[in-house]
Design a protein around this ligand. Structure first.
Ligand SMILES: O=P(O)(O)O[C@@H]1[C@@H](OP(=O)(O)O)[C@H](OP(=O)(O)O)[C@H](O)[C@H](OP(=O)(O)O)[C@H]1OP(=O)(O)O
Ligand SMILES: Nc1ncnc2c1ncn2[C@@H]1O[C@H](COP(=O)(O)OP(=O)(O)O)[C@@H](O)[C@H]1O
Length: 288
């Protein structure tokens, strides 16, 4: 039985009769192929990537597994439509905190239409894309005090400036994201989620090392999806913090050139995460 994903935080959402992704109960995420070139392009990317022997195995894990294009009953009732059958990155998480961060200091790329360029550059300037090299696209964070999710409205998220983006990244690893603005996010899970040998920072650094040399693809308008678990259990690794790249509708061949747009944005994003890890370590060492 297919249903609308409970933990989708950005992009086209299946509601009010609109076409959007669906999930099943076996860990698959079905993303409808957008009718224009975007759908074809994303399918082409997954086909190329999954058979590309030049992609190292440890890098494949940062991409959702791909199970081909499948005809699936669409969310908007228009019958069977082609969908990308992907690994559902959040399946297996009971109470996941999820954040989508679009990487790059521009979302447009050479040879796009004037109309698309205008739309992109407007959004890039209005958000932190131009100033920071990334923007938060959407998030939901579990609040441990209220036992519910904080899910800011899309308009609020897209209006974040530098401080707003930094606060969102701090709230993402806090137990009190729903607290009033005057209350400082406690960053209670910063060391577990962002830090540590298997944490988000370590994963981002592994990805960065690949982007330092990879010239296979240019990941225009692509996002980093971060997820971790909030359901408590005795297991040490219970947070299961993960980084995955998603949204390849605008990926181009790299043609032997470094993807400096993605690489630069990733470095900037890493600096923000690193600062949060370091300030949470200092705060614990100093006992406050
Ligand atoms: O329609 P909107 O305003 O939600 O814009 C979509 C964007 O949402 P945003 O407003 O940035 O959160 C959306 O961004 P996210 O995936 O939400 O980061 C895409 O940029 C999407 O375009 P495309 O499928 O990548 O070509 C955008 O879709 P199109 O408008 O190009 O269909
Ligand atoms: N493989 C996946 N598993 C789980 N959630 C996903 C997956 N791919 C995308 N999502 C969710 O859907 C959102 C939008 O995905 P995206 O590919 O960017 O769609 P769009 O092209 O509509 O912008 C992401 O922010 C994330 O919440």
């Amino acid at each position: 039985m297919l249903k609308v994903p409970e933990h989708q935080v950005a992009g086209h959402i299946a509601k009010d009769g609109k076409l959007g992704p669906l999930v099943d109960d076996r860990g698959r995420f079905y993303k409808p192929l957008q009718g224009d070139a975007r759908g074809e392009n994303e399918a082409k990317f997954y086909e190329s990537f999954s058979s590309n022997k030049n992609v190292p195995d440890h890098i494949r894990g940062y991409f959702p597994a791909y199970h081909g294009v499948q005809l699936v009953e669409a969310s908007n009732g228009s019958g069977k439509l082609p969908h990308l059958a992907l690994e559902d990155v959040v399946s297996g998480y009971a109470k996941p905190s999820v954040m989508d961060v679009k990487i790059g200091s521009r979302t447009w790329y050479p040879d796009v239409s004037e109309e698309y360029f205008d739309k992109c550059i407007k959004k890039d300037r209005e958000t932190t894309t131009v100033s920071l090299g990334f923007r938060v696209s959407g998030l939901k964070v579990f609040d441990h005090l209220e036992s519910g999710f904080w899910r800011p409205d899309k308009r609020v998220v897209l209006a974040y400036k530098v401080d707003g983006a930094r606060t969102a990244l701090r709230k993402f690893v806090s137990s009190n994201p729903l607290a009033e603005n005057s209350v400082v996010p406690d960053c209670a899970f910063a060391s577990e989620v962002y830090g540590g040998t298997n944490g988000i920072l370590a994963q981002l650094l592994e990805l960065k090392a690949w982007f330092e040399t990879q010239t296979l693809y240019h990941f225009n308008s692509c996002s980093i999806l971060m997820v971790y678990e909030n359901e408590s259990g005795g297991d040490e690794r219970r947070r299961r913090a993960r980084v995955k790249l998603v949204d390849f509708a605008h990926v181009l061949d790299g043609n032997g050139v470094i993807d400096h747009n993605f690489f630069g944005g990733l470095c900037s994003f890493i600096k923000f995460i690193k600062d949060i890890v370091e300030s949470s370590e200092n705060c614990c060492e100093n006992g406050h």
